[in-house]
Design a protein around this ligand. Structure first.
Ligand SMILES: CC(C)(COP(=O)(O)OP(=O)(O)OC[C@H]1O[C@@H](n2cnc3c(N)ncnc32)[C@H](O)[C@@H]1OP(=O)(O)O)[C@@H](O)C(=O)NCCC(=O)NCCS
Length: 191
């Protein structure tokens, strides 16, 4: 029988980017019920929604070896959010492609933690997985997330913008922007 695919976990100075544990559901559900964290999503997520999301993350790791990691602080062991890489579920001209994404508990913001996790994710994408490109997308009005994309060296081109198919027409969160980074761009950001 073929060996199970190895599930990648990463380490940064302050964080473990690890696979999912059942105990993550409580803090994940708490984070996804916080209107400040979910401000740029069409709706809060229920505990059942979060359990379904966790199941999807685990399936992605089992199939591809990478995915959206649970973020654990090294100093106190606390689960503080999500960041990682996943095959996009969209059917847009830029697909198939791997996206990078992030969501942190409110009391963890502006400490450089999302950037630390995302930089480790991009290094994994380009060095270990040898992907040619990674994208990120978000609601056009999500300035914090867009600023993080820019800080990572990702580039936005208006011709890639799209209306998210899961958001009703005319909704303020419908208009989405796409940012890209190729392996060559990423190598340049590290010079
Ligand atoms: C987006 C998010 C993950 C950023 O997390 P964070 O840990 O606060 O980000 P960092 O501290 O690593 O910030 C890195 C850079 O991102 C940018 N940034 C982050 N938050 C910002 C904000 N509120 N306003 C402007 N720029 C911001 C800055 O360039 C920042 O660098 P700096 O602190 O040196 O100026 C966090 O705000 C979040 O979880 N938001 C809700 C979930 C969400 O919208 N996810 C994205 C959906 S696509």
């Amino acid at each position: 029988m073929k060996d199970a695919i190895a599930r990648i976990e990463l380490d940064t100075p302050r964080l473990r980017l690890r696979t999912w544990q059942d105990e993550d559901l409580d803090p994940l559900a708490e984070m996804c019920a916080d209107p400040r964290v979910m401000r740029y999503f069409p709706a809060l997520l229920s505990r059942d929604d979060c359990a379904a999301a966790m199941a999807r993350y685990r399936i992605h790791f089992a199939r591809d070896g990478f995915g959206f990691w649970a973020l654990e602080r090294k100093d106190d062991g606390r689960f503080i959010g999500i960041a990682g890489l996943a095959w996009s579920r969209l059917h847009q001209p830029f697909c198939p492609t791997v996206e990078i994404g992030w969501r942190l508990a409110r009391d963890q913001w502006r400490q450089g933690l999302a950037r630390e996790a995302a930089e480790a994710g991009l290094a994994c994408a380009f060095e270990r997985l040898q992907l040619p490109e990674v994208v990120a997308y978000t609601a056009a009005i999500n300035e914090p997330s867009r600023a993080l994309m820019g800080a990572l060296g990702m580039r936005h081109e208006a011709r890639d913008d799209f209306d998210h198919p899961d958001v009703p027409d005319g909704h303020p969160l419908g208009a989405h922007v796409l940012y890209r980074i190729t392996r060559d761009n990423w190598v340049d950001t590290r010079r």
